[in-house]
Design a protein around this ligand. Sequence first.
Ligand code: GP9
Ligand code: MN
Length: 638
Amino acid sequence: MFKKKLQMPLFLIAALLFGAKTYIVYRFVFNISLENNMQEFILLINPFVTALFFFSLSLFFNERRQLKFIKYGILIGSLILYFNIVFYRNFSDFITIPVLFQGSNVADLGSSVLDLIKFWDITLFADVIIIWFIAKKYGDQLAVSFSKRYRGLVITISIACLVGNYVLAEIERPQLLQRTFDREYLVKNIGVFNYHIYDAVLHSKSKAQRVFADGNELNDIADYIKEEATIPGSEEMHGIAEGKNVIFISLESLQTFVINNTVNGEEVTPFLNDLIDDSYYFENFYHQTEQGKTSDSEFIVENSLYPSPRGAVYFTHGQNDYHALPEILNNQDYYTSVFHSNNKSFWNRDVMYDNIGYDHFYDENAFEVTEENSIGWGLKDKDFFKQSIKYLEQIDQPFYAKFITLTNHYPFDLDEEDATIDQYDSNSNTLNKYFQTARYMDEAVEEFFTYLKESGVYDDSIIILMGDHYGISDFHKRAMLQYLDEEEYTDYLHVQLQRVPFYVHIPGQEGGVVSKVAGQIDVKPTILNLIGLDAEEDLSFGTDLFSDERKDFIAFRDGSFITDDYVYTKSQCFNRETGELIEPTPEDELADPEDPQTGCEPMIEKVEQELNYSDEIIFGDLFRFYDFKDEQAQKEEK
Ligand code: GP9
Ligand code: MN
């Protein structure tokens, strides 16, 4: 059968067998969701491309070692895949390096590991058995010794295939590696083996930065924070929510421009518009997220630190020591939980939530998700709130509960029966649909308020609502200009469009519209003050939004910022009210040309320094060196 002329080299047989097996595992063992043909195609080619590259490395060895490389390569590869399968059966997630070192997870697995291994699993090693068998029987005929040139050609082809796979993945999911999406996305696009390599690189990078830190860096940072970013919380609002439940609603992709606005003559968000009348509503509140999108907004709110300039800090530094809101609230006997109907590993939430002290995460497994009640990214918001209320009624009070909505997410798909207003009419399908899903979310939130009132939870709670980040990117400039009735999409306009709604709704209080410049960084100190804690003891970059005093600026991750008077972005300074460009003062009119302290200038460096300090804290994991005063002790002291 293996005549010299017709034979296929062992490395190719191994690549085919192992590739086919891996594909079968992706399709039928891992529950990987495929949304379009491109994703199906990538998932199909990836196992073969990766296996071809790996086994073609065997060509560098002499014939005897080549067989060994292939035999042990396929065995080890199969074991890695199998460990992932066993892990997946328990956690519906892929192994990460930190998880391997995370005692509790592995212990969880340990107790049930026998249940997770099935007899027929032996078939998952069929390729190993075949390769070992034919290597033994026909090995000397199947090993090849190519000339240098031929070997080079094979390796080049296999690398080209790998690059091709990556390019397709990048088209399908731009900035795949920088944005460190969900592990399922990574595995889906680059395969489980490349994912492990990627995970290892990420892990060692953040480990190294951590290793070189010794805690001394914190002195300067703490000094800076005390001097520049610490302002006493509002006395009037101090403790107003003490002992009350705090319900936090993250409004997916909701931007301020839809609030109190209409489409085809109809209000986009009637409920949220009315809610302004009996809430504190911050009309100049900016999101400060970067590549980590929703998870960045969560991170900023929980820690009052800036997100990472690259990737999602939830992923890259999900294991750090933090002094996060849930942990602080736990110490005040709050029960802390998150409600979000998505895969729990998305944005590494399962790991991060555990780390920062949430008592429970009601992830997609807590909900009944069917074809009818889901759209786009999953469970529809109305069903999400409806199904959540039974849990909320049961948990101990006072609680902190975060609800993360999902329906108003790109590409803003909605079933016809759920659309209660017409689409907009512009060249952007995305913007056209956005208003409908925003309205849907508005109705869902309204229903949630009704449930809260019916269950009696409402009266003992304060409710905070916040848009997590923009929904309409600047790819839709033309349509946005048409909608806003503006002439030119300036950098100033772009910054102003980064405003997201922020409400503090306190039943029984009238509230009011607040115009001061504010941002997500301020949410944590605001909540702490409301429940009667002293944010001054914290190390964070935000300030209480009800305090009369303010820090000078709200910074974006790219160094842009907004002050009372100015908007600074892309090296331009604008008047915040009028949007007029402020030309730099001519050099001969400056007192000190080296130090042109006018307009936005004085703040540029300060903002950069603050962002750097935040990065230093995160990259060096500096809070492990800091002894935060227990909030309970703080209270008792008082
Ligand atoms: C995913 C949801 C949306 O669970 O929070 O994430 P996003 O893409 O907005 O970051
Ligand atoms: Mn989001």
